[in-house]
Design a binder for this molecule. Sequence first.
Ligand SMILES: Cc1cc2nc3c(=O)[nH]c(=O)nc-3n(C[C@H](O)[C@H](O)[C@H](O)COP(=O)(O)OP(=O)(O)OC[C@H]3O[C@@H](n4cnc5c(N)ncnc54)[C@H](O)[C@@H]3O)c2cc1C
Length: 442
Amino acid sequence: MGGPEARRLAAAAATARRLIRAMATAHVIGAGLAGLAAAVRLAAAGWRVRVWEAAPRAGGRCRSFDDPVLGCAIDNGNHLLLSANRAVRRYLTELGAADRLDGPPVAAFPFLDLATGARWTVRPARGAVPWWLAVPGRRVAGTRLADYLDVLRLVAARPGDRVIDRVDPAGRLFRRFWEPLTLAVMNAPPGVAAAAPLRTVFLETFARGAAACRPLIARDGLGPALIDPGLAWLDRAGAAITLGRRIRTLTFADGAGSGAPRVAGFACAHDTTTLGPDDRLVLAVPPAVAAGLVPGLEVPGDGAPIVNGHFRLDPALAPAVATPSLLGLVGGTAQWLFRRGALASVTVSAASALADQPADAVAAALWRDVAVALGRPGAAMPPVRIVKERRATFHQTPENQARRPRATTAWRNLRLAGDWTATGLPATLEGAVRSGWTAAAR
Ligand SMILES: Cc1cc2nc3c(=O)[nH]c(=O)nc-3n(C[C@H](O)[C@H](O)[C@H](O)COP(=O)(O)OP(=O)(O)OC[C@H]3O[C@@H](n4cnc5c(N)ncnc54)[C@H](O)[C@@H]3O)c2cc1C
């Protein structure tokens, strides 16, 4: 069968699917970015959508909140996106919120070596041919073109490899490029981090030249940029979002008579929801929570911390040297400095040791580095808020890569979403959005 008859049947099937969706409900558990991306896609496809979130606010690991000490809204942690993050950008474009991300107009990554005072800026150039590596003013200070052969070894990474298996730890590029890059992207040091997801990021960004490498930052904070537009869109689409409702159990039906096993319902402390035969459930919770709800689900172990320090500078503490809105730091405790208005915020990834120290000690160590970066070494510490995210990402080791589950499950109406599922990407916002879309697909 082909031609008009096939087209007529395909159109009829599509109409039937739309009708079923209009009557069926898609439940999304978890209102982090993955859950919101799934919910938006499902609502756009015609499903009636209900979102269930345990916390009193949406956003999960990507959120803003009012801080009484600093007297302003801050983010749980600095989040850096790149122009290559096409899913996040498309998500925001579809919500009419593309302007909520901001950043320098060119792809440039300024660095400061806190130990030596050396400053340099990595400036990828246009196009896929990396001729800019041959230009000393565009590459990492103190490196030679031959040092970049590591890139070819990273591109050839095999599934069980760690970053350190592919790059030279004694090489000139290690301390000033591979280590900060791996920490920032993988939230793990090169000796621990899986090489394959870093390779994917590298191929989607640096290997495509400047247009893919422009840094992007939430203009007015993570909530206003990435979470609120999704909530507003869902509200307009008639989706119901229930906050403060922790789902504690899923119930399963063996599917007798209807072919495949399915999720029959779910419950929180006070009420139970029964799923209709065509209803769908997207579980967009962290890995340990998913493993507690879905029998036999293998997940990667989480618990890799990121620590952020937010300092509110008063005008007397204006930087004494030109300080870009984003500055990479090596040779100290702080790793990245973000400046937005009066806030100077620093990030430390793979921060297990720091997260175990008291907030005062963390603040003192971070301020030492920030003061140097601002050209004001020894200045008195301004008001500060330390945020320790102990489960910022899963441990992104080769072993855990193998434990990342696909979106589809043994239950025909249950899909998984989250930055920890098998996206091929590191645990990032881009991975979270792509996972939500995969879970929402037919
Ligand atoms: C400090 C920090 C810095 C980061 N920096 C970057 C960065 O620079 N760039 C980048 O791309 N990414 C960064 N990330 C990672 C990024 O934040 C995550 O990849 C992304 O937010 C994960 O979204 P998610 O929806 O998969 O998971 P989550 O945000 O964890 O969402 C899961 C949601 O499920 C809810 N939930 C849990 N249990 C239940 C339950 N039983 N019932 C109902 N709801 C439940 C949770 O409350 C949460 O809202 C950073 C993360 C942190 C913490």
